[in-house]
Design a binder for this molecule. Sequence first.
Ligand code: NAP
Length: 453
Amino acid sequence: MAINIINPATKSVYKSIEETDSAGLNTAVENAKSAFEIWRKTSAAERTQAMHRVADEIEACGAELAEIIVSEQGKPMAIAQMEVGGAAGWTRYNAELSLEPVVIEDSAERYVEEQRLPVGVVASITPWNWPLMIAVWHIMPALRAGCSVVIKPASTTPINTIKLAEIINKHTVPNLVQVVIGGGRAVGEPLVKHPDVKKLVFTGSTPVGKHLAQIAVADLKKVTLELGGNDAGIVLENADISKVAEKIYMTSFINMGQTCACLKRLYVHRSKYEALSDALTKIAAAQVVGNGMDEGVTFGPVQNEKQFNSVNAMIEEAKAAGAEVIQPSLPAGLNGYFIAPTLIKDPKHDMSVVCEEQFGPVLPIIPYDNLEEVMSHAIHKEFALGGSVWGEECPERDWVVEQLDSGTVWINNHAEVLPHIPFGGNKDSGMGVEFGQEGLLEYTVRKVVNRAK
Ligand code: NAP
């Protein structure tokens, strides 16, 4: 069966692609298993060199990859180019990581070392928001560790992943990365269940992540989950609005707000509430909304119809319940899934735009008078991916950092992820970690060699 890939800026068909059937899925896993037997025997230096060649070609194909991303994902060209640059950068970082054995004891009695072996064939399932970047986050540590990968990209954004796999297989060993195409239940679940798959790495929503983890753990497969979030940012009384407004806007609306670690709820001390709301309103109004392919566009559509409807429903609910909705009007003639960057002033704590993850271009701004009271709202019952505090150094700032229970706490920043800094969610936002040496170890199994002397 063919799946139509829709360009979200035009709602027209960008490409059609065949879904993988169960025979194709088995072949993909078999191919990956055979490639693993070759790749696992390569030396560290060979892997490093091959991965740098992959990074070189990602850069060389940068224009093509960025065009694919804009066409199927919808983001503006400059952000797609940033995504391609990040993909090459993460590849080079992982290429340079080392997995040398660690000596635990070298005494008169014994020599003990801990080795790290590749776990085997990895199943990767990715979402549609940063499709190339997240594929690279899954694949590159796996390759560095000596694993092969079968990846199922989101059904709405698979084309960039197919191109990435072509590049990798050309510079490593044939079939090392296999792409399977299709829906979660039809293709994703059978992939996770396949007996030759030894690890699941999943980025996506919390309910699907929990469901897949149960399937994987039933067969004692290793699991890494990067799941949903509803990150709070707390703006202190002493924050300098002229310094923080632009960054708060950027970290809330990057990729039209469709970023797991975006700032999604903004709590502002009442003394700064109007000034910050006005500053954010001006920045939002200055965005050029349109097709990401067009020169000068800074703000694209939401990626798909389901997300478009869900974000609009939250905005309508807030409006109906009396919140003030500040939304620049859209330019005439647009026919995609466009929602202008939207601010919601004075929402109630229990509105879905506040208590649920919007994953779209809308930011609720909530005033507070009492920091202790607002922290009880800011700390989410389920999610704990990221959080931030904005303001000059003071005991209150330290207190907020201490209180936040998320996997990352930023100070005067949000949503910054880098290849050498471990990233992962607590509570229902995830399990395990990505990036850095710790992220690499998630693709390995431990083997302790204990030699008596
Ligand atoms: P999603 O519905 O969970 O989908 C993510 C991936 O899982 C897609 O490839 C999807 O395939 C697949 N899938 C869906 N149901 C499945 C099933 N039953 N079995 C196997 N695979 C299945 O999430 P989404 O709405 O696309 O993505 C948004 C979510 O991802 C948000 O919650 C966001 O916070 C989270 N996210 C987290 C991070 C992080 O690092 N923590 C990063 C990015 C996004 P189809 O496309 O075919 O449905």
